[in-house]
Design a protein around this ligand. Sequence first.
Ligand SMILES: [Zn+2]
Ligand SMILES: [Zn+2]
Length: 191
Amino acid sequence: MTTSENGPNSFHEVELNQESGCLICTALKKFQSDCIQKMNDQKPQSLCSVHTWLVAKSVDAEAAADILLGMLDLALEGESYGSTCEICSWVEQREQLESDEILTRLRTPAYQVWFRENAGLCIPHARRLFDQIPEELRETIVSPVKKEARALKANLIVLLESARAGTQTHPGVLGRVAEHLVGKRGLQIKS
Ligand SMILES: [Zn+2]
Ligand SMILES: [Zn+2]
């Protein structure tokens, strides 16, 4: 048996995830799209606005149409439709699991060093970890977030100045700042 391809080389996986922003958001986006794929078999009873739109924009039109058809009937019958969202509650549970995993890894000095230098975290997820980590490790959480915020701020100033001068550069910066402030687009992150 070999684990080299799909094995539990989690340290390496985390390094790869970092390239695309917040560690927790990245894991949640993947989890969320897996949830939507699985809705073919297990139809949702009620979804919030964000997740209804996500189903409507699903790449698999057949599955999306089938799910929305069921939801339409339920919405017409159910008085409390939309008050609870199944995907939100699954994502929230997963969010805690991902946070716990990082908090466990942060007990290892080698991971602490890597994390301080490289970890990507949006502000809501940094706050979440900050509130749950022992006080002596809080700086480890704050350090990469401040580093990212400084870099984004510098880019934002360049963008603002060039926009005022009538030239547009770095359009991707705005999206990265939004992601840093509220988490990845398409996720319903509660701060
Ligand atoms: Zn995040
Ligand atoms: Zn939802």
